[in-house]
Design a protein. Structure first.
Lengths: 163, 285
């Protein structure tokens, strides 16, 4: 059972400050998001309404430490159905962003961040790929896009994740 | 001749060259000119869950490259389309624009960002495309997979009908192929959760493959490299997990359209499809 005495009343205000988190307070708990969710359909551990309700109640630890937060496929089926016009998938994403700031970041995402920091691409272009492109008559593309790491420095994303 | 900037993203130029090849050859056939954005990077979507602002800045930089050329962008991946469209909206807000320009980037012209398939639908039109078909594919039974970010969120795309889409079915239909009407068009491929929970992703992919089999589809049409990773690259894993046989070829829409336009199987890169599409060859000659 939830111990509401552990509620952190600032939690929801922190979430609405994140990019995409704005709509959170408009939720009245109808569950249209969960009813339209393809992940929820197959796996009961993920439940967008529950995550939003827990957030509104200030149950920060339950939400941020939950692995299930990361099961959102960001498919936006929920967003299309929300009667309050909440961009539900964006709110869930805002909670993920806040979880990262609090030190909860799945390892897979850290790997992607490093790949992008090194070359600006998720898949590094090997000589083999370049030769294949040439053989098919496809145009040359740059191997490394260094502007990406410049963006990372500006948003301090590497330090934040390493924390 | 119509000119567009083409944005390839990460996956297409490395893992789906046949998609790129078919798209370029179809474009040439239709008199569309592509200008490559050689300095473009990942769209930013993979980092959205980590930090939305970072991903939006990456996306904005990419469309800035096209904006500097004054060209509308076409994309080949659904998630790239949504990510770049999101950045385009954010660039209209002063706070984000300030951060963007402080990094030395610019976005002088307000350009359109659309999936290649949507551009065909809107700028070319069904009638014109239909007139260009030289080899109707009338013996093929096809199930179209739209993928999530081609249409959703609808507040970004404002195109087609996010709840009951039809544009891709119409584009498939004009090649002469038989379009399968089905209820579960909106199903997500599961690609976004592949890195977090593979078993769940495989279950999600199975849903539409099962619908395809029940409808006796010859081919599934995809317009997103990530959806293809789920339905094609992971098809054997799905078959093993559910003890079922699909062996369903997954073609990218430009591959199908190219065949209808009379291009050779090599010109649309069919030899690179991982689920061998030979089963359909006898039906397209």
């Amino acid at each position: 059972m939830l111990d509401l005495r552990k509620s952190d009343i600032n939690f929801k205000w922190e979430i609405i400050k994140q990019e995409g988190g704005e709509g959170l307070l408009k939720c009245f708990g109808c569950s249209d998001c969960s009813a339209s969710c393809p992940v929820r359909y197959l796996d009961e551990r993920y439940n967008p309404r529950k995550i939003i309700r827990l957030t509104l109640l200030g149950m920060k630890d339950e939400v941020l430490a939950s692995r299930f937060l990361w099961l959102c496929a960001h498919c936006h089926a929920c967003t299309e159905r929300c009667p309050q016009g909440i961009h539900v998938a964006e709110v869930i994403n805002a909670i993920k962003n806040y979880a990262v700031k609090q030190g909860f970041c799945p390892d897979g995402l850290k790997v992607q961040l490093n790949l992008l920091n090194n070359s600006g691409r998720l898949y590094e272009l090997e000589d083999f790929d370049l030769r294949k492109r040439q053989r098919l008559g496809l145009p040359e593309i740059a191997k490394k896009i260094l502007d990406v790491s410049r963006i990372f420095q500006a948003t301090k994303i590497i330090e934040r994740v390493a924390k | 001749m119509k000119r567009y900037a083409i944005f390839l993203g990460c996956t297409v130029p490395v893992r789906a060259q046949h998609y790129e090849l078919a798209t370029r050859n179809v474009a040439k056939e239709l008199g569309i000119e592509f200008v490559d954005l050689k300095e473009s990077s990942c769209c930013g979507f993979p980092l959205k869950a980590l930090d939305a602002e970072t991903s939006l800045l990456m996306a904005a930089r990419n469309i800035g490259l096209a904006s500097n050329l004054g060209l509308d962008v076409v994309t080949l991946c659904n998630s790239c389309t949504a990510m770049l469209s999101d950045a385009q909206v954010k660039l209209q807000t002063s706070g984000f624009r300030k951060k963007f320009t402080e990094l030395g980037f610019s976005y002088p012209n307000n350009i359109k960002v659309r999936h290649f398939v949507r551009m065909l639908y809107e700028d070319f039109g069904l009638e014109n495309l239909k007139k260009a078909i030289k080899k109707p594919l009338k013996n093929l039974k096809i199930i179209s997979h739209y993928g999530c970010h081609y249409l959703r969120p609808s507040y970004l795309h404002s195109f087609d009908n996010a709840e009951n889409p039809h544009t891709l079915d119409e584009l498939v239909g004009l090649t002469g192929a038989n379009v399968i009407e089905y209820q579960e068009k909106k199903l997500c491929c599961g690609g976004s959760v592949l890195g977090v929970d593979e078993e769940l992703a495989i279950k999600m992919a199975n849903q539409k493959l099962f619908v395809a089999k029940n409808n006796n589809a010859d081919v599934m049409i995809s317009i997103c490299p990530f959806c293809t990773v789920m339905y094609e690259d992971n098809q054997r894993k799905v078959e093993t997990k559910f003890n079922i046989s699909y062996n369903l070829p997954i073609l990218y829409y430009p591959q199908l359209l190219g065949l209808g336009l009379g291009l050779t199987t090599d010109a649309v890169g069919l030899k690179f499809n991982r689920i061998r599409p030979e089963s359909i060859f006898s039906k397209i000659v």
